[in-house]
Design a binder for this molecule. Structure first.
Ligand SMILES: Nc1ncnc2c1ncn2[C@@H]1O[C@H](COP(=O)(O)OP(=O)(O)OP(=O)(O)O)[C@@H](O)[C@H]1O
Ligand SMILES: Nc1ccn([C@@H]2O[C@H](COP(=O)(O)O)[C@@H](O)[C@H]2O)c(=O)n1
Length: 214
């Protein structure tokens, strides 16, 4: 049996890793997992139950119940849930439970594209391809701002920028599994790149890795 082909995509908030990962999964016939939704699901469960986000024991219980097939992106994709997820994700015991589930997902044939903050460093350190997708905070805030307006919402660019900078700091400075490029990761700074250009650059990297594996 052929070993699963795994693509690990990491990067800060609103860097475009989800957009890129979905396209890569379609292009290469792989499954896709947005691991941020796992942390969002735990945060959402605590909020719904009226529990504090620093209740590690309850967060672990919620993490055990996480079912990737049952995510509702509309409920989980709000700004408030994202902020809460970054607070919940600092708990090492929560991470252990979710990482185990994410790893099992990645290892099912024919493989998968996983995006998040610790995919290349912790979840799948032996991934066939590791990408670190980034862009300046100002560019990311501009993209997120336009996205919210496009979907009919309201938001201030300055507030989004402040949120992105706060989230970057929390994700990069936490003790357990901080966000950083994994060893061997290819850096994709998309500040000056269109979605299509980023996709083509990533495909060139993946094609090289597939040729080397076959
Ligand atoms: N290279 C690009 N050029 C312009 N816009 C982009 C680019 N990549 C992504 N976008 C847009 O930026 C926004 C954020 O992208 P996306 O949701 O993929 O980021 P993300 O890193 O997955 O975010 P999060 O961490 O919040 O899950 C989306 O509106 C997307 O369409
Ligand atoms: N592998 C991951 C994925 C996400 N997180 C945390 O969840 C927050 C929300 O993630 P989004 O990608 O949906 O924005 C994020 O800020 C991280 O704190 C994580 O720790 N590890």
């Amino acid at each position: 049996m052929t070993a699963p082909f795994v693509i690990a995509v990491d990067g800060p908030a609103a860097s475009g890793k989800g957009t890129l990962s979905r396209r890569l999964a379609t292009q290469y016939g792989l499954r896709h997992l947005d691991t941020g939704l796992s942390y969002r699901a735990v945060a959402h469960a605590l909020i719904q139950a009226g529990l504090p986000l620093d209740d590690e024991a309850q967060a672990v219980e919620a993490a055990r119940k996480v079912d990737f097939a049952g995510f509702d992106p509309m409920v989980l994709s709000t700004h408030a849930v994202g902020e809460a997820a970054s607070q919940v994700s600092v708990h090492p015991a929560v991470r252990r439970v979710l990482v185990e589930k994410q790893r099992a997902f990645a290892m099912q044939p024919p493989g998968a594209v996983l995006d998040g903050r610790d995919i290349g460093t912790v979840v799948c350190p032996n991934a066939d391809v590791k990408l670190y997708v980034t862009a300046s905070p100002q560019v990311r805030a501009g993209r997120r701002h336009r996205e919210i307006l496009r979907l009919g919402g309201q938001a201030e660019y300055e507030a989004i920028l402040a949120d992105i900078e706060r989230r970057d700091a929390r994700d990069m400075d936490r003790a357990d599994s901080p966000l950083r490029p994994a060893d061997g990761a290819h850096l994709l700074d998309t500040s000056q790149m269109s979605i299509e250009a980023a996709f083509l650059a990533a495909c060139a990297i993946v094609d090289g890795a597939r040729d080397a594996k076959n």
